[in-house]
Design a protein around this ligand. Sequence first.
Ligand SMILES: Nc1ncnc2c1ncn2[C@@H]1O[C@H](COP(=O)(O)OP(=O)(O)OP(=O)(O)O)[C@@H](O)[C@H]1O
Ligand SMILES: [Mg+2]
Length: 243
Amino acid sequence: MIEIRNLTFAYEKDNPVLKDISFTAQDGECIGLIGANGAGKSTLMKVMLGLLDGSGSVIVDGTPVTQNTLAEIRRKLGFVLQNSDSQMFMPTVHDDMMFGLLNYGIRREEAENKVSEVLDTLHISYLKDRYNHRISGGEKRMAAIATVLAMEPSVLLMDEPTSALDPKNRRMIINTIRSLKQTRIITSHDLDMILDTCSRVILIDEGRIIKDGTAEEILKDRELLEAHSMELPLSFSRMNEHL
Ligand SMILES: Nc1ncnc2c1ncn2[C@@H]1O[C@H](COP(=O)(O)OP(=O)(O)OP(=O)(O)O)[C@@H](O)[C@H]1O
Ligand SMILES: [Mg+2]
């Protein structure tokens, strides 16, 4: 489904931020991409989306990500960036969600139904006609997630989807991510969230893959996590206290 081979990327010459990254995501897999601040998670997502141009290859469903295939790639890859502000450019939440759907040639009535359905599923129908520049950070994050879900992409890349969310909305997004059948790659510092949603975890540090394995194996490894500026998820650290 997604194949990444020997990916290297540098913002500034001779200072690579991604170093020889290779992995394959299978159809329907949910992968948690974890690592300290500055490890390269967001950069990796941007290279996968073709927003940044690295060396090596990213292949989505058999199509290599290049400047010439960007339109096709965008159709397949839905994404929520770490800063959702930069993703919304229409005045209201409704208009923003409609824009992409209409652009894909979906009939207006069908698109309206889809928008209402997704907002309803996420319990944020009250945001529908609100102006994007007059809603809170967390509401914006929820709206950005709704926008990408409405498009039903075959792969979802989510960069810190729950970072600005209150516990209720965080839980809503966790349940939504769990219910999706698509291939999902999610970054988060919320390792409990990763544990709840992903079966596989890739840990990166200073632009290299340190470990690629099951969520259980990596997220239970206190030594490994601490060596890379992270801590055990709460569910595991509580378990240890009882021992
Ligand atoms: N536009 C840029 N120009 C130059 N360097 C950048 C740029 N964006 C990020 N970097 C650097 O690239 C490295 C990786 O950044 P990146 O945003 O990918 O990290 P991250 O793993 O997403 O971190 P965080 O957990 O803080 O979101 C960091 O050292 C960062 O300072
Ligand atoms: Mg980031």
